[in-house]
Design a protein around this ligand. Structure first.
Ligand code: TEU
Length: 560
């Protein structure tokens, strides 16, 4: 494979197909809808499009439960539509990567229906099957093979009457985990990946790829105070053979190809030390990983234990990762995706300073060392949705959490307040194209309600409009493409103890970029050390040069 690390200067745009653009009026986004909006992405200047899953799926987890890896779900279109989209993306000089979900399949995948049919089926060992815990009655609570919990509430084990055993599912019970210890599983995955690459796609975003290796002993995890289930720990997270498996995947699938591919692993719970191993080019595993530290700064024991946001904690986390991967490896940079609430509502101000805070978040994202990933709507400053009732939610993680919490006696209003802040549905409301009734997303009834603020927040009101969030992202992307220091520069945090300012430099071959951002809702004064640094430098992003910063004001200076 071509070793040029082209992705260091690239910007990636994630599309959640079901919410991006609907071309046939059924209320669900589709491939032709995406094709019809590629000029939006070309205008923005992104280099790569990452598609969340569009494969055949029962949609228990909105496509992250795949029943046929080599076909497109009719909701989104056909293989011919996918091929047409790839051609149109390439015609605009962009690349397209697909979401690879191979830690688990759907329980409706033929591999699993065979595996569950009998204990001696040839595919029995393609999944994790275990008998009830010794001394317990199969199927009774407490008889699960170990104490692991699902990310989507409840036990990570489901009892199967047919063969009287349990199967492992780290996510929903309709997402059984594949057994990567089995070389037949690995070979089947690799041949599927090669089939997609032969169709012309340009790489993969690998879903929870650091969970694929489990300790075959499947030991109980530590049960923390107040929790029902054991921690997965290193029995699963960055598990025993994960680097071996990824190196094998790279050897068998990617190394033989002389193409510029993007390989990014989603690695919940990853440490800096492990991320260096995954992304060290010498490892030949992946190019970069999504780490989660910065999107967990406002959570306690769980994502639903919402803590007040403190910019200083966020700043410290980001600096750790900038410094941790400075010499070895590469950072992916993101605020949002289909699993996170909208950053402008979470870390910024989605009220009167929405535009300024969205632009500040963009400045900090694009100017760090790493590859920026935009999630659909980031470029518009889209916000969380004003959910009122549980019926308005769709996401299995949110709905399961609500019902389990209420069953355990929690006040539904308290649970709803947590969902409003952290539910993944905040990111999944339809893309806001214009101020028409369904925001130009569909002519039908949208599968999830359009945010009522689409009348003010939409692409039609921002593309080509100076001062808009869209044009700010476009300028930042253009800067990345023209200024080598943005891509290759080192990273040095400035005023690390300041309560409002987020400031850093990027230096490369005599050029110094200085980023100063007032990450607060109050005016801030530039301290002398910063004011001196900016004095006489070229203001490349921003429109004020005084030594005071307005609330949420961000600037980028360049000194050659
Ligand atoms: O998410 C994995 C993951 O880390 C999630 O548990 C995420 O942290 C959580 O949803 C945040 O609340 C990936 C996909 O991005 C997600 O959409 C899928 O539901 C999940 O894997 C299972 O495929």
């Amino acid at each position: 494979m071509t070793e040029t690390e082209w992705w260091r200067s690239a910007v990636v745009y994630q599309i959640y197909p079901r919410s991006f653009a609907d071309s046939n009026g059924d209320g669900v986004g589709d491939l032709d809808g995406i094709r019809g909006h590629l000029d939006h992405l070309a205008t923005l200047g992104v280099d790569v499009v990452w598609l969340s899953p569009v494969y055949r799926s029962p949609m228990d987890d909105n496509g992250y439960d795949i029943s046929d890896y080599q076909n497109i779900d009719p909701l989104f279109g056909s293989l011919a539509d996918l091929d047409a989209l790839v051609d149109e993306v390439h015609a605009r000089g962009m690349k397209l990567v697909m979401d690879l979900v191979v830690n688990h399949t759907s329980d409706e995948h033929p591999w699993f229906t065979e595996s569950r049919s009998s204990k001696d089926n040839p595919k029995r060992d393609w999944y994790w099957w275990r008998p009830a815990r010794d001394g317990t009655v199969p199927g009774e609570p407490g008889s699960e093979p170990n104490n692991w919990g699902s990310f989507f509430s409840g036990s990570a084990w489901e009892y199967d009457e047919t063969t009287g055993e349990y199967y492992l599912h780290l996510f929903s019970r309709k997402q059984p985990d594949l057994n990567w210890e089995n070389p037949e599983v690995r070979q089947a995955v690799y041949s599927m990946m090669s089939w997609w690459l032969a169709r012309g796609i340009d790489g993969f975003r690998m879903d929870v790829i650091n969970l694929i290796s489990k300790d075959p002993a499947l030991p109980d995890g530590e049960v923390r105070p107040g929790e029902e289930h054991g921690q997965l720990g290193r029995s699963v997270i960055d598990g025993p053979r994960v680097h071996e498996f990824l190196a094998e995947m790279h050897r068998e699938v990617f190394a033989p190809l002389d193409r510029e591919l993007l390989l990014v692993g989603e690695t919940p719970g990853v440490t800096i030390e492990e991320a260096r191993k995954y992304t060290d080019p010498a490892s030949r595993e992946v190019d970069m990983v999504f780490q989660f530290d910065h999107v967990q700064v406002d959570r306690g024991a769980s994502k639903w234990d919402v803590l007040p946001f403190d910019m200083r904690v966020l700043r410290a986390d980001l600096v750790q990762w900038q410094e941790g991967l400075a010499e070895v490896g590469w950072n992916s940079l993101y605020w949002d995706n289909h699993d996170q609430p909208r950053a402008v509502s979470r870390f910024g101000d989605d009220g009167e300073c929405r535009v300024e805070s969205a632009k500040l978040l963009a400045t900090i994202l694009h100017l760090q060392r790493g590859t920026p990933y935009l999630y659909q709507g980031d470029e518009l400053g889209m916000t969380n949705y004003p959910f009122r009732t549980i019926e308005e939610f769709d996401d299995i993680e949110s709905v399961n959490y609500f019902h389990e919490s209420v069953r355990q006696g929690e006040d539904p209003d308290d649970v709803l307040a947590r969902l409003r802040a952290m539910s993944r549905d905040n990111a999944r409301t339809p893309m806001q194209w214009d101020d028409s009734p369904q925001a130009g997303f569909t002519t039908g009834t949208p599968w999830l309600a359009v945010n009522p603020n689409h009348v003010e927040i939409n692409a039609a009101r921002q593309v080509g409009v100076p001062g808009s969030v869209f044009e700010h992202h476009r300028a930042l992307i253009a800067l990345r493409h023209e200024e080598p220091a943005v891509v290759h520069g080192d990273f040095t945090m400035l005023v690390p103890d300041d309560d409002q300012l987020f400031a850093f430099t990027r230096r490369h071959e005599g050029t110094e970029m200085v980023v100063v951002a007032n990450f607060s809702g109050k005016p801030a004064e530039l301290p002398g050390v910063l004011a001196d640094r900016c004095e006489g430098a070229e203001l490349v992003i921003g429109d004020r040069t005084s030594t005071d910063l307005l609330p949420w004001e961000s600037r980028v200076y360049r000194r050659a």
